[in-house]
Design a protein around this ligand. Structure first.
Ligand SMILES: *Cc1c(COP(=O)(O)O)cnc(C)c1O
Length: 489
């Protein structure tokens, strides 16, 4: 549905004097505001705010909210992002007044309940990771990566080893090299084998006394579990390095295997992926990390600890890297995660992973005759199809298939990532979708591939905006609306 008015900015809809509320006339003596407010605190003109009625504002935001696709409105097979359904029960519990009306500056004796839950969250994540120490503070997966790399840097400083390199496979998510660079490391890329796994020979060549960390995503972004993991751990540890697991793909292995048991020293979780907390739109996120015993002293402060006198925030950790976020992390999000984990229980979490892998393999099997999947006959929780052949033969690109899917009422897969697959479509159905939905998606792809290329090249045809210039939007975002100057009265 196109709604021209809703596409306008609030500033453009503004009409002088329009208001959302009308106050009763004043029944106390009036004072000019110039007498009440010190002169230096006065602006020389009113702020350039839009003037609107209440229905204007409500319609504007409700219409905007409906222009977007979301997990609540559409199937969202966005690879790497694990866009599973967010159970509403978790929102409801996190919004109980006993949680939502807490203030982070309250004395700890008055917040024992929430501290107990956060302590349990540390314990549960440690159990799932197979690593003993957890910090709930980081605010996103990428922030967890950065925090863990700062922990690694503090560890090497403390044991007086100078190590400058972080090794990262070529199929890694872009946040991995970005986090390593922000933490002050030099990045060395490790190529993948033709099977899409870590090239051990190439890894071996780079491993030396200057290697600080090897960062790996397992299962990787091709949706393949690297069975060489044990060997990789041994190789990295032999030269005194640490293994970091990017835990974004934990949805595939929850309750089946534990990173700490396959050679990992530190990892992050993405609660908005694996544990169904709300996702995207730059909203509050979380990226807790788990580390091994020898890295625990360097974790951010405070940690929640349990003593004979109840729960406490422990700041007395002299080797800590300090704070990485205010207070204890995004508690509202962590509560939703805790609720999800407790609802599933250990066997439920394992079923989540099994269902995610089953759904992905079902869809892989249905789509493979239509779109080649260059790496792997079977996958974990996601797979990467390629439109390279279609592009060559019929001039249909991955981007065009993705855009046309929007017209069929499906959100698009991730496209052009990972970079090792040409015309990549990275598809992750998640555990919460039914066979009916997966079948409908496969049938939509089948129909799209029979349509004339011209139809795809102009898609989507049904959305308020069809083809924004994404490159320019990323390079030159307009972050501030410039109001036309208000004429002084
Ligand atoms: C999503 C993702 C990240 C980054 O996590 P955010 O929570 O978005 O910061 C890192 N690595 C992989 C493989 C991911 O899919």
């Amino acid at each position: 549905m196109r709604n021209e008015q809703a596409c306008e900015l609030l500033f453009e809809q503004s009409r002088p004097g329009r208001r959302a509320s009308v106050l009763p006339s004043c029944d106390v003596p009036l004072h000019p505001w110039q007498e009440l407010v010190p002169a230096e605190a006065l602006a020389d003109r009113p702020p350039p705010l839009p003037e609107l009625s209440e229905p204007d504002v409500v319609r504007h935001y409700v219409n905007l909210s409906q222009f977007n696709m979301s997990v609540d409105t559409h199937f969202y097979p966005l690879g790497s992002c694990t866009m599973k359904y967010n159970p509403k029960r978790n929102d409801r519990l996190a919004n109980l007044p006993g949680f939502s009306e807490l203030h982070p500056y309250q004395p700890v004796q008055t917040v024992q309940g929430v501290l107990e839950l956060l302590y349990q969250a540390q314990t549960m994540l440690a159990e799932i990771a197979g690593l003993p120490a957890v910090s709930l503070q980081p605010a996103a997966g990428a922030h967890g990566e950065l925090t863990a790399l700062l922990v690694a840097a503090a560890y090497f400083r403390d044991i007086r080893q100078k190590r400058s390199k972080v090794l990262i496979p070529d199929v890694a998510h872009g946040t991995n090299p970005a986090s390593a660079a922000m933490a002050g490391f030099r990045i060395v890329q490790i190529p993948s084998t033709p099977q899409g796994l870590v090239d051990l020979e190439a890894l071996n060549k780079e491993l030396d006394a200057d290697t600080a960390v090897f960062m790996i995503t397992n299962p990787n972004t091709l949706g393949l579990f690297d069975p060489q993991m044990d060997r990789i751990g041994q190789m990295v540890h032999q030269v005194g390095g640490l293994v970091y697991l990017d835990g974004a793909n934990m949805n595939a292995i929850l309750g089946i295997c534990r990173p700490g048991d396959f050679g990992v020293d530190m990892m992050h979780f993405n609660p908005h992926k694996t544990f169904s907390t709300p996702h995207g739109a730059g909203g509050p996120g979380a990226g807790p990390i788990a580390v091994s015993e020898r890295l625990a002293p360097y974790l951010p402060v405070p940690l929640v600890v349990h003593t004979a006198n109840g729960y406490r925030l422990d700041y007395d950790r002299p080797k800590s890297i300090g704070r990485v976020r205010t207070f204890f992390g995004n508690v509202g999000i962590l509560l939703r995660m805790i609720c999800y984990i407790l609802t599933q229980g250990p066997t439920g979490l394992r079923q989540v992973a099994e269902q995610a892998v089953l759904n992905a393999n079902y869809l892989l099997t249905r789509l493979k005759p239509l779109l080649p999947v260059p790496y792997g006959d079977r996958c974990m929780h996601e797979f990467v199809a390629s439109a390279a052949k279609l592009r060559a033969e019929r001039n249909i690109s991955a981007m065009e298939i993705a855009k046309r899917l929007l017209d069929y009422g499906f959100y698009a897969p991730t496209v052009y990532f990972p970079l090792v697959v040409k015309e990549a479509l990275m598809i992750e159905p998640t555990d919460t979708e039914s066979k009916t939905t997966l079948d409908a998606f496969a049938e939509a792809i089948q129909k799209i591939l029979q349509e004339p290329p011209e139809l795809l090249q102009q898609a989507p045809h049904s959305t308020p905006i069809s083809r924004p210039d994404e490159v320019q939007a990323a390079r030159q975002p307009i972050l501030r609306w410039q109001p036309t100057p208000i004429q002084p009265k």
